[in-house]
Design a protein around this ligand. Structure first.
Ligand SMILES: CC(C)(COP(=O)(O)OP(=O)(O)OC[C@H]1O[C@@H](n2cnc3c(N)ncnc32)[C@H](O)[C@@H]1OP(=O)(O)O)[C@@H](O)C(=O)NCCC(=O)NCCSC(=O)c1cc(O)c2ccccc2c1O
Length: 266
């Protein structure tokens, strides 16, 4: 079964709901509509009793390259009417709170806000050509909410700081070595392996799985306050000249020059 969306593909089959970013022209970068559609799909999967597991993925060989820098305006990511209103905070919450495991199936780029999304998912399966990394400090952005705190829980403080401060790209094998993904398989086997993991979950007691998810979440649920503060800080930051320099440098395909912002008033 498929539902009609513009920016995502949402399907349900044999107990598995699959939400797939579908903006290949920008490597599956997301805009407000994309996130709205994802939220609707996750809410549908939440309340559909035939669904036991959700898979978050992307079309045409990439997971997601994060926020769409081409529609980022002075105050953030703008909808088609020109209003900045990206609901990604609510999507983060939904992925954490939906009482069913969410598996990130990553092929190609999981970068920036796309990387944060896979981090938040319960499990990540990667193809051997997947590439992981944060780019915020290069393009004048940051996710100091779960993108910092939960990432550090997974890979450790030193590695998480390296990921955000250096903005390097990491191979699937490197991601596996730092505990950032659960398993790496050849690209041709990614779909089958994901289906196999889903089936293994679907064989289990749904209530046991649900309670385990809540139990795992409980330790980091205090991050919601941090997340609200952090994402609001990002929205404020977007209106600054420093953030503008990052965005413009990406659009103009040049290196950003942040030198004049070394002494910040913040
Ligand atoms: C992903 C890349 C490293 C790939 O590089 P590559 O050289 O292989 O490909 P191109 O750069 O040529 O890309 C092909 C084509 O796609 C366009 N594109 C790619 N990514 C984006 C994007 N994110 N937005 C818009 N367009 C994109 C690219 O311009 C090319 O099109 P042309 O027309 O020019 O041919 C590399 O593309 C890359 O680094 N991309 C940018 C990654 C990025 O910086 N993402 C945003 C980070 S910030 C963010 O995502 C973010 C999201 C949130 O929701 C937040 C919420 C709260 C707080 C913070 C948030 C946040 O930081």
């Amino acid at each position: 079964m498929a539902q009609d969306y513009q920016d995502i593909i949402y399907t349900k089959k044999d107990g598995i709901a699959t939400m797939s970013f579908n903006r290949p022209q920008v490597l599956n970068a997301f805009r407000p509509r994309t996130i709205d559609e994802m939220i609707e799909a996750f809410q549908d999967a939440w309340y559909d009793d035939s669904i036991g597991v959700a898979v978050l993925t992307g079309e045409r060989g990439n997971f997601s390259s994060g926020g769409d820098q081409k529609i980022r305006g002075h105050g953030g990511y703008e909808d088609e009417g020109g209003t900045p209103r990206l609901q990604v905070r609510n999507l983060h919450r939904l992925i954490r709170e939906i009482p069913k495991p969410v598996i990130a199936k990553v092929d190609g780029y999981a970068i920036g806000g796309g990387h944060v999304l896979h981090v938040i998912c319960d499990l990540t399966l990667a193809s051997d050509r997947a590439i992981f990394g944060q780019t915020g400090p290069k393009v004048g952005s940051f996710d100091a909410g779960f993108g910092a705190m939960y990432l550090a829980r997974i890979v450790g403080e030193k590695k998480a700081r390296e990921i955000w401060y250096l903005c390097l790209q990491y191979s699937a094998q490197e991601a596996l070595e730092m505990g950032l993904v659960n398993k790496v398989v050849p690209q041709a086997e990614l779909d089958a392996e994901t289906e196999r993991w889903c089936k293994l979950i679907l064989e289990k007691s749904p209530t046991s799985i649900r309670m385990m998810k809540f139990g795992f979440n409980a330790d980091t649920d205090h991050g919601y306050g941090l997340q609200a503060l952090a994402h609001s800080a990002t929205s404020l930051f977007y209106t600054s000249e420093e953030a503008r320099e990052g965005r413009m440098a990406f659009l103009e395909k040049r290196k950003p020059d942040f030198d004049e912002f070394r002494r910040s008033p913040w």
